[in-house]
Write a protein that binds this ligand. Structure first.
Ligand code: GLY
Ligand code: MN
Ligand code: MN
Length: 441
């Protein structure tokens, strides 16, 4: 049983409570989700709830009552201990465990939520709750809120607005603490080693599904929870389908294999790495030309991910190198600026170059606020993942050349996980090799 580092969660709660400045926050955990008759998907705790509590059971809700005195501010509603249910579904911490191990000032059974919530919220002018995300509890919260509005109109006290917790928590989660950076290092290192194992085993494998087995078996062997997202194991033309997850085609020696996979640790920190390798061990001339463009775009883009830069710059730097390279091999024509301006590259590169990475794979936090670009800061972690996907699924834009058959079916993405630092960013996924001389065999 995993018992998280309590101090880490206490510190986060303290910061969150300070940010709340007198408001009452209701942060629900996740519920089990039915897969099919009598079977559920593996449980995945809600990230904000986890971030603040470290409590890994379904059917729990946390209250953060910054309008109350110290010692009455952190309340957990949890599933109570129940011997019969625990025989079927496993251990629960119950109310006592929630207070003793998870440091709740007070714990209650989740069944008491409806009755006790109004009393806890009383005295707060504003509620903090994420509308639209927790249908089971939202009705209870909105009923109480409407009663409070009614009360306010008559007595002048009661909550009169609901704010989103994301405005406080996204900001906290975007900058990773030293503790989080260490956890991310571990998630990313395991993910990188899995990619290495794939390359070393590929000669003995004949189907994408076997590669998925190698990756995910390795994640479990290393003690991770499993894959952070549905692993993408895409050979040949399948690599041009960005979210390909069927992973069930035979591997052909002359094709490339794009693998986008990362593990999720037991405390939910995630890796997200893509490597593209030649299945038979050697790139063809065309595959190599495209790979070199993507690799060059990726390296240039990574070097721009320094303090003070921003995610649009990281994207634009990669895009420019991709467009220049595609012009050199004749797949685009015209002025680079015009191609970028008119987006006439989008049949070959149709996604952004990266995203924040953390407890969520596409982690929380603003990239820009209107026209203002959020500057990169020490402690942010982002992916840098340019690619080129050559297929005839998207028609060639007017004025651009038709694609010769020899290029079709080449799909290449290279994705690393990067920690922002002042002078040079740190590539946390460097253990997964990507130089042509290292990946050919
Ligand atoms: N694997 C998801 C992504 O790269 O964004
Ligand atoms: Mn990614
Ligand atoms: Mn990815």
């Amino acid at each position: 049983m995993f018992i998280p580092n309590k101090k880490v969660f206490e510190d986060r709660r303290e910061i969150f409570l300070k940010k709340l400045g007198g408001k009452a926050a209701i942060i629900p955990g996740a519920n089990l989700v039915k897969h099919h008759a009598d079977c559920e998907y593996p449980f995945r705790q809600e990230s904000n709830f986890w971030y603040l509590t470290g409590f890994d059971e379904p059917d729990a809700i946390a209250l953060f009552l910054s309008h109350k005195p110290k010692g009455e501010r952190f309340i957990l509603f949890v599933a109570p201990k129940d011997v019969t249910s625990e025989v079927w579904h496993g251990f629960r911490w119950g109310l006592e465990g929630a207070e003793k191990e998870f440091k709740a000032d007070k714990a209650h059974s989740i069944q008491e939520l409806q009755d006790l919530l109004p009393g806890y919220i009383n005295g707060s002018d504003e509620l903090v709750f994420s509308i639209g995300k927790h249908p089971l509890i939202e009705k209870i919260v909105l009923d109480i809120f409407s009663q409070q509005l009614e009360k306010r109109s008559r007595l002048g006290i009661g909550a009169n607005s609901i704010k989103s917790p994301e405005i406080y928590l996204n900001e906290m989660r975007l900058i990773k603490s030293e503790f989080e950076i260490e956890r991310m290092r571990e998630a990313i290192q395991i993910s990188a080693e899995a990619h290495e194992l794939v390359r070393k085993s590929i000669s003995f494998k004949s189907n994408e599904r076997q590669i998925q087995g190698i990756l995910e078996g390795f994640f479990l062997e290393k003690g991770a929870r499993g894959p952070a997202y549905n692993s993408i194991v895409a050979s040949g033309d399948n690599a041009c389908i960005l979210h390909y997850t069927q992973n069930n085609s035979p591997l052909n020696k002359g094709d490339l294999l794009l693998v986008d996979a990362g593990c999720s640790l037991i405390d939910y920190y995630n890796g997200d790495i893509t490597r593209t390798i030649p299945i038979g061990g050697k790139f063809s001339e065309e595959q190599k030309a495209v790979y070199e463009i993507v690799l060059s775009a990726q390296k240039t883009s990574i070097s721009s991910a320094v303090t003070g830069s921003n995610s649009s710059t990281v994207h634009n730097v990669a895009l420019r190198v991709l467009v220049e390279g595609l012009k050199e091999i004749g797949l685009l024509i015209g002025s680079t600026d015009e191609i970028i301006e008119n987006q006439s590259y989008r049949h070959l590169y149709m996604h952004r170059t990266g995203h924040w990475l953390g407890l969520d794979v596409h982690d929380v936090g603003a990239y820009r606020m209107g026209d203002y670009e959020v500057p990169l800061q020490n402690g942010m972690i982002l992916t840098v993942e340019p690619g080129i996907y050559i297929s005839d699924r998207i028609s060639v834009p007017k004025g651009q050349p038709e694609i010769d058959e020899k290029w079709k079916g080449i799909g290449i993405r290279i994705e690393d996980d990067v920690l922002v630092k002042d002078k040079s960013p740190e590539v946390l996924s460097a253990a997964a090799l990507k130089e042509i001389s290292d990946i050919e065999f």
